[in-house]
Design a protein around this ligand. Structure first.
Ligand code: CA
Length: 337
């Protein structure tokens, strides 16, 4: 959302700048080019229509004969929950379960393992992450304090979000800007933050990153096509941006509002092995929204060719809403299905 010059927004921006200091000890992220990005390796094959996840996944698993995840090894439900918030139970979904190598996650959204930046904060004593309150001009991020390993070998990630206004306003139903699941190995590491406006959703300007954004406001001035959409954004090893020209995969969300403040679930599967083309899929509330060819090792400069920080970002502008991540677990991909 574009910024306005008024006293309240100026105060908010000053507050935000102050709180960002701990994550801005180093140089600005804009124009931070860390190498060349060969876009020829990224082929966009976005589906024209929304395909039910079960249909697509069935196609890829019909030859399944074994799974390394035995029924007896499935953890009890309470071990799959994040600090009292009922996580989406991927183990109840047989097709997803077959794609998980081991139930011990390689990443879990847990406050002791994360580094909040900007105005990001935990709700109470939980590991529920509040990226922004329902206030204007907030920029935030929260990263795994350590780089997550095994990413290049494939993973299944699941997380839950809520966006919108906790108390619906009768005056202005418009909400902005959205949030993103981000993989980054920038020089700023766990202190990486966007220095841009709300439209950048907290990841704009972060180099060597790929962001899967859940955008609730159409920035026409930057070429965005819909108010409500999911997009995979990257500048490769250069700075990322929310602009449409940085999108390598795009899907409008038209069946419901993502900013209705209701819990929504996302499943992301990065699969570098099962087919000739390495690819990533994004599903929202059980429906596959995106599938694109993507090679993380070509796209980004990963630490040890395998590791990066994982995190979430969000921002608000003149228009605003609350952004919450209820849980997140990432598992290694089972490559033997
Ligand atoms: Ca937008």
């Amino acid at each position: 959302m574009s910024e306005l010059n008024n006293s309240s927004s100026t105060k908010r921006k000053k507050k935000n700048q102050m709180s960002n200091k701990e994550c801005h000890k180093k140089e600005r992220l804009h124009n931070d080019n860390e190498g060349d990005y060969d876009q020829q390796h990224v082929v966009v094959v976005v589906d024209d229509v929304i395909i039910p996840a079960t249909t697509t996944t069935t196609t890829t698993t019909t030859t399944t004969t074994t799974s390394t995840l035995e029924e007896s090894s499935i953890p009890p439900l309470e071990d799959q929950q994040a600090d009292g918030i009922a996580a989406y139970n991927v183990f109840s979904n047989k097709l997803l379960r077959q794609r998980i190598l081991h139930y011990l996650p390689i990443f879990t959204l847990k406050r002791s393992l994360m580094t909040p930046c900007g105005d990001a904060q935990w709700i109470g004593d939980t590991s529920v992450l509040q990226l922004t309150t329902d206030e204007p001009y907030i920029n935030s991020a929260c990263w795994s304090s350590n780089r997550v390993r095994h990413l290049a070998h494939g993973f299944t990630a699941t997380f839950g979000f809520r966006m919108g206004k906790p108390v619906p306003s009768g005056h202005d139903p418009r909400t902005a800007d959205g949030l993103a699941f981000v993989i980054q190995n920038s020089r700023q590491g766990k202190e990486a933050m966007s220095t841009g406006e709300g439209a950048g959703m907290g990841y704009g300007g972060i180099a060597n990153s790929v962001a899967i954004e859940f955008d609730t406001w159409r920035n026409r001035e930057h070429g965005e096509l819909d108010n409500s959409h999911i997009s995979i954004q990257t500048g490769g090893r250069k700075s990322n941006s929310h602009k449409q020209s940085y999108s390598i995969g795009y899907a409008p969300v038209v069946k419901f509002r993502m900013d209705d403040y209701a819990p929504h679930n996302v499943v992301i599967v990065y699969d570098p092995v099962s087919t000739a083309a390495k690819h990533i899929t994004v599903s929202l509330d059980g429906v596959q929204m995106l599938k694109i060819n993507l090679d993380l090792q070509v796209l980004l400069r990963l630490e040890n060719n395998d590791e990066a920080h994982i995190g979430f970002t969000a921002a608000t502008g003149q228009l605003h809403q609350e952004h919450i991540i209820d849980y997140c677990h990432i598992y290694r991909l089972n490559t033997s299905f």
